[in-house]
Design a protein around this ligand. Structure first.
Ligand SMILES: [Zn+2]
Length: 108
């Protein structure tokens, strides 16, 4: 049972995360596509380049939430879990756009 005064909530303005839609992903994907996300928003667990470390990201990629915190706070924040296919990684998008523009012929 998670308390409202859990230490992980003390320094956090979590209002923006209330009822957020979150996608599951892993540490490897975050390091690849969203390297600006480095710590769990709640407990400051560092993101590792590891496909077996699970994370949860709100759809706007504003922060990341570790697996433990996700399970501890999902009821408190009323998060809605998505299937992970909807993540719009900025890097992936830019890459796809670039390929389209050059017809796949550019080397870089
Ligand atoms: Zn955490």
């Amino acid at each position: 049972m998670t308390e409202k005064d859990d230490w992980r909530l003390l320094n956090l303005d979590g209002e923006f995360l209330k009822k957020a839609y979150v996608n599951p992903t892993d540490g490897e994907e975050i390091c690849k596509y969203a390297p600006q996300l480095r710590y769990c928003e709640f407990c400051l667990e560092p993101v590792q380049d590891n496909p077996h470390q699970w994370w949860f990201l709100p759809v706007n990629l504003s922060c990341c939430i570790c697996e433990d915190c996700f399970h501890d706070f999902k009821e408190l924040f009323a998060w809605k879990k998505l299937d992970g296919w909807d993540i719009e990684w900025e890097g992936k998008k830019a890459f796809a756009k670039k390929q389209k523009e050059c017809g796949g012929s550019c080397a870089e």
